[in-house]
Design a protein around this ligand. Sequence first.
Ligand code: NAD
Length: 292
Amino acid sequence: MNERITGHTQLIGLMAYPIRHSSSPQMHNAAFEKLGYDHVYLAFEVGEDKIEDAVNAIRTLDLRGSNVSMPNKTLVGQYLDELSPAARLCGSVNTIVNDHGHLTGHITDGIGFMMSLKDNDIDVIGKKMTIVGAGGAATAIQIQAALDGVAEISIFNKKDQHWARGVDTVEKINGQTKCRAILYDLDDTDRLRAEMADSYLFVNATGVGMKPLEGLSVVPDASFFYPELIVVDVPYSPLETTMRKMAKEVGCKTMNGLGMMLFQGSAAFELWTGEPMPIGYMKEILHISYDE
Ligand code: NAD
Protein backbone atom coordinates (compact mmCIF):
# COMPACT_ATOMS: atom_id res chain seq x y z
CA MET A 1 0.00 0.00 0.00
CA ASN A 2 1.27 3.49 -0.89
CA GLU A 3 1.88 5.17 2.46
CA ARG A 4 2.93 8.54 1.08
CA ILE A 5 -0.62 9.88 0.65
CA THR A 6 -2.53 10.00 3.93
CA GLY A 7 -5.47 11.82 5.47
CA HIS A 8 -3.04 14.67 6.27
CA THR A 9 -1.58 15.07 2.78
CA GLN A 10 -1.49 18.67 1.60
CA LEU A 11 -2.60 19.37 -1.94
CA ILE A 12 -0.91 21.89 -4.23
CA GLY A 13 -2.47 22.66 -7.61
CA LEU A 14 -1.48 23.92 -11.02
CA MET A 15 -4.27 25.87 -12.69
CA ALA A 16 -4.00 26.57 -16.40
CA TYR A 17 -5.44 25.65 -19.78
CA PRO A 18 -4.09 23.72 -21.62
CA ILE A 19 -1.87 22.08 -19.01
CA ARG A 20 -1.67 18.31 -19.53
CA HIS A 21 1.75 18.68 -21.24
CA SER A 22 3.34 20.32 -18.16
CA SER A 23 6.37 18.73 -16.48
CA SER A 24 5.74 20.64 -13.21
CA PRO A 25 3.79 17.75 -11.54
CA GLN A 26 6.73 15.35 -12.10
CA MET A 27 9.21 17.96 -10.86
CA HIS A 28 7.36 18.91 -7.66
CA ASN A 29 6.24 15.37 -6.76
CA ALA A 30 9.80 14.06 -7.24
CA ALA A 31 11.05 16.77 -4.84
CA PHE A 32 8.30 16.01 -2.27
CA GLU A 33 9.12 12.32 -2.43
CA LYS A 34 12.88 12.89 -2.13
CA LEU A 35 12.41 15.08 0.97
CA GLY A 36 9.69 12.82 2.43
CA TYR A 37 7.10 15.61 2.45
CA ASP A 38 3.44 14.73 2.81
CA HIS A 39 2.39 16.91 -0.13
CA VAL A 40 1.03 16.13 -3.58
CA TYR A 41 1.00 18.38 -6.69
CA LEU A 42 -1.73 17.96 -9.30
CA ALA A 43 -2.59 19.77 -12.54
CA PHE A 44 -6.12 21.08 -13.09
CA GLU A 45 -7.45 22.30 -16.43
CA VAL A 46 -8.78 25.72 -15.46
CA GLY A 47 -9.32 28.48 -18.01
CA GLU A 48 -10.29 32.11 -17.53
CA ASP A 49 -14.00 31.23 -17.12
CA LYS A 50 -13.27 29.09 -14.03
CA ILE A 51 -10.33 30.77 -12.33
CA GLU A 52 -12.43 32.70 -9.79
CA ASP A 53 -14.20 29.49 -8.68
CA ALA A 54 -10.87 27.65 -8.60
CA VAL A 55 -9.35 30.31 -6.31
CA ASN A 56 -12.34 30.03 -3.98
CA ALA A 57 -11.81 26.25 -3.99
CA ILE A 58 -8.25 26.78 -2.70
CA ARG A 59 -9.82 28.36 0.39
CA THR A 60 -12.74 25.90 0.65
CA LEU A 61 -10.61 22.75 0.29
CA ASP A 62 -7.68 24.29 2.20
CA LEU A 63 -5.06 23.61 -0.48
CA ARG A 64 -1.56 24.73 0.60
CA GLY A 65 -1.38 26.71 -2.62
CA SER A 66 -1.17 26.53 -6.38
CA ASN A 67 0.83 27.41 -9.42
CA VAL A 68 -0.98 29.40 -12.07
CA SER A 69 -0.12 29.51 -15.74
CA MET A 70 -1.67 30.77 -18.97
CA PRO A 71 -4.29 32.16 -19.45
CA ASN A 72 -4.67 32.94 -15.73
CA LYS A 73 -1.42 34.70 -14.76
CA THR A 74 -2.67 38.26 -15.25
CA LEU A 75 -6.29 37.51 -14.23
CA VAL A 76 -5.87 35.75 -10.90
CA GLY A 77 -4.46 38.64 -8.85
CA GLN A 78 -7.87 40.31 -8.44
CA TYR A 79 -9.21 37.26 -6.53
CA LEU A 80 -6.30 37.11 -4.02
CA ASP A 81 -5.90 38.89 -0.66
CA GLU A 82 -2.34 40.13 -1.17
CA LEU A 83 0.37 40.37 -3.84
CA SER A 84 4.16 40.24 -3.42
CA PRO A 85 5.96 43.45 -4.55
CA ALA A 86 7.18 41.70 -7.73
CA ALA A 87 3.72 40.28 -8.55
CA ARG A 88 2.20 43.73 -8.06
CA LEU A 89 4.78 45.40 -10.34
CA CYS A 90 4.53 42.64 -12.97
CA GLY A 91 0.73 42.51 -12.87
CA SER A 92 1.16 38.76 -12.96
CA VAL A 93 1.02 35.78 -10.56
CA ASN A 94 2.37 32.24 -11.02
CA THR A 95 2.28 31.03 -7.40
CA ILE A 96 -0.43 31.26 -4.74
CA VAL A 97 0.26 30.55 -1.07
CA ASN A 98 -2.67 29.80 1.25
CA ASP A 99 -2.05 30.76 4.88
CA HIS A 100 -5.25 29.71 6.66
CA GLY A 101 -7.51 31.23 4.02
CA HIS A 102 -5.34 34.28 3.31
CA LEU A 103 -4.12 33.96 -0.29
CA THR A 104 -0.91 35.70 -1.40
CA GLY A 105 0.13 35.86 -5.06
CA HIS A 106 3.80 35.69 -6.05
CA ILE A 107 5.65 35.62 -9.35
CA THR A 108 8.65 33.28 -9.16
CA ASP A 109 9.79 33.42 -12.83
CA GLY A 110 12.07 36.40 -12.19
CA ILE A 111 13.24 35.01 -8.84
CA GLY A 112 14.04 31.74 -10.61
CA PHE A 113 15.98 33.54 -13.32
CA MET A 114 18.07 35.46 -10.76
CA MET A 115 18.67 32.29 -8.69
CA SER A 116 19.81 30.39 -11.78
CA LEU A 117 22.38 33.12 -12.53
CA LYS A 118 23.71 32.88 -8.97
CA ASP A 119 23.84 29.08 -9.20
CA ASN A 120 25.98 29.48 -12.33
CA ASP A 121 28.33 32.07 -10.71
CA ILE A 122 26.93 34.98 -12.73
CA ASP A 123 26.66 38.16 -10.62
CA VAL A 124 24.80 40.97 -12.40
CA ILE A 125 24.00 42.99 -9.25
CA GLY A 126 25.17 46.60 -9.63
CA LYS A 127 25.87 46.00 -13.34
CA LYS A 128 24.14 46.57 -16.69
CA MET A 129 22.08 44.04 -18.62
CA THR A 130 20.51 44.16 -22.06
CA ILE A 131 17.41 42.05 -22.54
CA VAL A 132 15.14 41.36 -25.50
CA GLY A 133 11.46 40.85 -24.70
CA ALA A 134 8.46 42.59 -23.16
CA GLY A 135 6.15 39.61 -22.64
CA GLY A 136 5.46 37.64 -19.46
CA ALA A 137 8.88 36.03 -18.95
CA ALA A 138 10.80 39.19 -19.87
CA THR A 139 8.72 41.42 -17.57
CA ALA A 140 9.19 39.08 -14.60
CA ILE A 141 12.97 39.04 -15.17
CA GLN A 142 13.20 42.82 -15.61
CA ILE A 143 11.18 43.59 -12.47
CA GLN A 144 13.07 41.08 -10.29
CA ALA A 145 16.44 42.23 -11.64
CA ALA A 146 15.53 45.83 -10.79
CA LEU A 147 14.28 44.87 -7.30
CA ASP A 148 17.43 42.80 -6.67
CA GLY A 149 19.80 45.68 -7.53
CA VAL A 150 20.78 45.44 -11.19
CA ALA A 151 21.96 49.00 -11.99
CA GLU A 152 20.81 49.44 -15.58
CA ILE A 153 18.50 47.51 -17.93
CA SER A 154 18.29 48.18 -21.67
CA ILE A 155 15.16 46.52 -23.02
CA PHE A 156 14.58 45.81 -26.70
CA ASN A 157 11.32 44.65 -28.29
CA LYS A 158 9.56 44.71 -31.62
CA LYS A 159 6.83 47.33 -31.87
CA ASP A 160 4.20 44.59 -31.63
CA GLN A 161 1.33 43.96 -29.16
CA HIS A 162 3.87 43.53 -26.32
CA TRP A 163 5.47 46.98 -26.77
CA ALA A 164 2.98 48.77 -24.45
CA ARG A 165 3.85 46.37 -21.60
CA GLY A 166 7.52 47.28 -22.12
CA VAL A 167 6.63 50.99 -21.80
CA ASP A 168 4.73 50.23 -18.58
CA THR A 169 7.59 48.12 -17.13
CA VAL A 170 10.16 50.84 -17.79
CA GLU A 171 7.92 53.41 -16.12
CA LYS A 172 7.49 51.19 -13.04
CA ILE A 173 11.19 50.33 -12.77
CA ASN A 174 12.28 53.96 -13.08
CA GLY A 175 9.56 55.19 -10.73
CA GLN A 176 9.65 52.49 -8.05
CA THR A 177 13.18 51.03 -7.95
CA LYS A 178 16.74 52.38 -7.98
CA CYS A 179 17.42 50.75 -11.35
CA ARG A 180 17.47 52.77 -14.59
CA ALA A 181 15.60 51.18 -17.53
CA ILE A 182 15.15 52.23 -21.16
CA LEU A 183 13.06 50.61 -23.91
CA TYR A 184 14.35 50.49 -27.50
CA ASP A 185 12.97 49.22 -30.80
CA LEU A 186 14.56 45.85 -31.66
CA ASP A 187 14.75 46.98 -35.30
CA ASP A 188 17.33 49.62 -34.24
CA THR A 189 20.30 47.28 -34.64
CA ASP A 190 22.91 50.06 -34.19
CA ARG A 191 21.43 50.78 -30.76
CA LEU A 192 21.30 47.06 -29.96
CA ARG A 193 25.01 46.75 -30.78
CA ALA A 194 25.85 49.81 -28.66
CA GLU A 195 23.85 48.62 -25.62
CA MET A 196 25.28 45.10 -25.83
CA ALA A 197 28.82 46.54 -26.08
CA ASP A 198 28.86 47.82 -22.47
CA SER A 199 26.62 45.20 -20.87
CA TYR A 200 27.75 42.46 -18.49
CA LEU A 201 24.80 40.24 -19.42
CA PHE A 202 22.64 39.75 -22.52
CA VAL A 203 19.30 37.91 -22.26
CA ASN A 204 16.92 36.64 -24.91
CA ALA A 205 13.56 36.51 -23.08
CA THR A 206 11.39 35.98 -26.17
CA GLY A 207 10.14 32.80 -27.81
CA VAL A 208 12.61 33.37 -30.68
CA GLY A 209 14.77 30.27 -31.02
CA MET A 210 12.03 28.02 -29.68
CA LYS A 211 9.36 26.27 -31.82
CA PRO A 212 7.73 27.68 -34.01
CA LEU A 213 10.54 30.30 -34.22
CA GLU A 214 13.30 27.66 -34.12
CA GLY A 215 16.42 28.57 -36.11
CA LEU A 216 15.81 32.33 -35.74
CA SER A 217 17.81 34.73 -33.54
CA VAL A 218 17.01 38.13 -31.96
CA VAL A 219 20.66 39.11 -32.55
CA PRO A 220 21.34 39.53 -36.29
CA ASP A 221 24.85 38.02 -36.40
CA ALA A 222 27.91 36.96 -34.40
CA SER A 223 29.61 40.39 -34.70
CA PHE A 224 27.30 41.66 -31.90
CA PHE A 225 28.95 39.30 -29.39
CA TYR A 226 32.35 39.56 -27.67
CA PRO A 227 33.98 37.00 -25.35
CA GLU A 228 33.37 38.91 -22.06
CA LEU A 229 29.59 39.13 -22.62
CA ILE A 230 27.51 36.51 -20.78
CA VAL A 231 24.61 35.33 -22.96
CA VAL A 232 21.47 33.75 -21.51
CA ASP A 233 18.47 32.25 -23.29
CA VAL A 234 15.06 31.88 -21.65
CA PRO A 235 13.91 29.29 -24.23
CA TYR A 236 14.99 25.71 -23.50
CA SER A 237 13.54 23.66 -26.36
CA PRO A 238 15.66 23.14 -28.36
CA LEU A 239 18.38 23.50 -25.75
CA GLU A 240 20.86 25.14 -28.09
CA THR A 241 19.42 28.01 -30.10
CA THR A 242 21.02 29.66 -33.12
CA MET A 243 21.75 32.71 -30.94
CA ARG A 244 23.63 30.75 -28.25
CA LYS A 245 25.53 28.80 -30.89
CA MET A 246 26.78 32.10 -32.36
CA ALA A 247 27.69 33.45 -28.91
CA LYS A 248 29.55 30.26 -27.97
CA GLU A 249 31.57 30.38 -31.17
CA VAL A 250 32.72 33.89 -30.21
CA GLY A 251 33.78 32.54 -26.78
CA CYS A 252 30.92 33.86 -24.59
CA LYS A 253 29.81 32.02 -21.45
CA THR A 254 26.21 31.02 -22.22
CA MET A 255 23.26 29.52 -20.40
CA ASN A 256 19.97 27.96 -21.56
CA GLY A 257 16.53 28.44 -19.96
CA LEU A 258 16.54 25.20 -17.93
CA GLY A 259 17.98 26.91 -14.84
CA MET A 260 15.16 29.48 -14.78
CA MET A 261 12.62 26.67 -15.19
CA LEU A 262 14.10 24.68 -12.29
CA PHE A 263 14.55 27.63 -9.92
CA GLN A 264 11.13 29.19 -10.55
CA GLY A 265 9.77 25.83 -9.39
CA SER A 266 12.15 25.71 -6.44
CA ALA A 267 11.16 29.24 -5.36
CA ALA A 268 7.47 28.24 -5.41
CA PHE A 269 8.29 24.99 -3.56
CA GLU A 270 10.05 27.03 -0.89
CA LEU A 271 7.07 29.38 -0.52
CA TRP A 272 4.81 26.37 0.18
CA THR A 273 7.16 24.26 2.30
CA GLY A 274 9.78 26.62 3.76
CA GLU A 275 12.58 24.64 2.04
CA PRO A 276 14.04 24.86 -1.48
CA MET A 277 13.95 21.84 -3.78
CA PRO A 278 16.91 19.46 -3.49
CA ILE A 279 18.62 21.19 -6.41
CA GLY A 280 21.47 18.72 -7.03
CA TYR A 281 19.02 15.81 -7.12
CA MET A 282 16.59 17.73 -9.37
CA LYS A 283 19.36 18.58 -11.85
CA GLU A 284 20.32 14.92 -11.96
CA ILE A 285 16.83 13.50 -12.57
CA LEU A 286 15.81 16.28 -14.98
CA HIS A 287 19.18 16.01 -16.82
CA ILE A 288 19.79 19.74 -16.40
CA SER A 289 22.99 21.20 -17.74
CA TYR A 290 23.18 24.97 -18.30
CA ASP A 291 25.48 25.13 -21.30
CA GLU A 292 24.03 22.50 -23.68
P1 NAD B 1 4.88 36.18 -24.39
O1 NAD B 1 3.96 35.76 -25.49
O2 NAD B 1 4.34 36.85 -23.20
O3 NAD B 1 6.00 37.18 -25.03
C1 NAD B 1 6.61 36.87 -26.26
C2 NAD B 1 7.77 37.83 -26.50
O4 NAD B 1 8.44 37.40 -27.70
C3 NAD B 1 7.38 39.29 -26.74
O5 NAD B 1 8.37 40.13 -26.20
C4 NAD B 1 7.36 39.39 -28.26
O6 NAD B 1 7.53 40.73 -28.72
C5 NAD B 1 8.55 38.52 -28.60
N1 NAD B 1 8.53 38.01 -29.98
C6 NAD B 1 7.62 37.17 -30.52
N2 NAD B 1 7.94 36.92 -31.82
C7 NAD B 1 9.07 37.61 -32.07
C8 NAD B 1 9.90 37.76 -33.21
N3 NAD B 1 9.61 37.12 -34.35
N4 NAD B 1 11.00 38.55 -33.12
C9 NAD B 1 11.30 39.19 -31.97
N5 NAD B 1 10.55 39.09 -30.84
C10 NAD B 1 9.45 38.31 -30.90
O7 NAD B 1 5.71 34.89 -24.01
P2 NAD B 1 6.49 34.59 -22.64
O8 NAD B 1 5.56 33.91 -21.71
O9 NAD B 1 7.20 35.81 -22.21
O10 NAD B 1 7.54 33.48 -23.11
C11 NAD B 1 8.67 33.82 -23.92
C12 NAD B 1 9.57 32.59 -24.04
O11 NAD B 1 10.12 32.28 -22.77
C13 NAD B 1 8.86 31.33 -24.51
O12 NAD B 1 9.73 30.64 -25.37
C14 NAD B 1 8.64 30.54 -23.24
O13 NAD B 1 8.58 29.16 -23.47
C15 NAD B 1 9.90 30.90 -22.49
N6 NAD B 1 9.74 30.79 -21.03
C16 NAD B 1 10.71 30.14 -20.36
C17 NAD B 1 10.65 30.05 -18.99
C18 NAD B 1 11.73 29.30 -18.24
O14 NAD B 1 11.49 28.94 -17.08
N7 NAD B 1 12.90 29.10 -18.84
C19 NAD B 1 9.59 30.65 -18.27
C20 NAD B 1 8.62 31.34 -18.99
C21 NAD B 1 8.71 31.41 -20.38
